[in-house]
Design a protein around this ligand. Sequence first.
Ligand SMILES: [Zn+2]
Ligand SMILES: [Zn+2]
Length: 107
Amino acid sequence: MEGSLPTPESQGYVMGTNPCLDRCWQYFNECIAQGKDQNECLAQLSYCQRNCAEQAPPEPAPEPTPAPQTCGQGPCPTCETELQMSNPCVLEAGHGGSHQCPEGHSF
Ligand SMILES: [Zn+2]
Ligand SMILES: [Zn+2]
């Protein structure tokens, strides 16, 4: 009498929770069904399970969205003289050409 075969339940695994492990069990059941050596099938199963553990995708780290760098050059001379406001350039840092304030002046 050979030892009883492991099942997902006997290993505390719930089918459908991990596509990779699901496949391992699928292969294992096929392996047994094909009348292959049980030990070989078991070895394949544990190898497959190890692979799944290694391939488990790491927790997706939230991508830090860098705040858009603005040029900040200024203040706009037109705004200073006409509106008595101190408006720096609102274009992206490193832009070419002239600077532009929030009021739309170029300087
Ligand atoms: Zn301006
Ligand atoms: Zn600028």
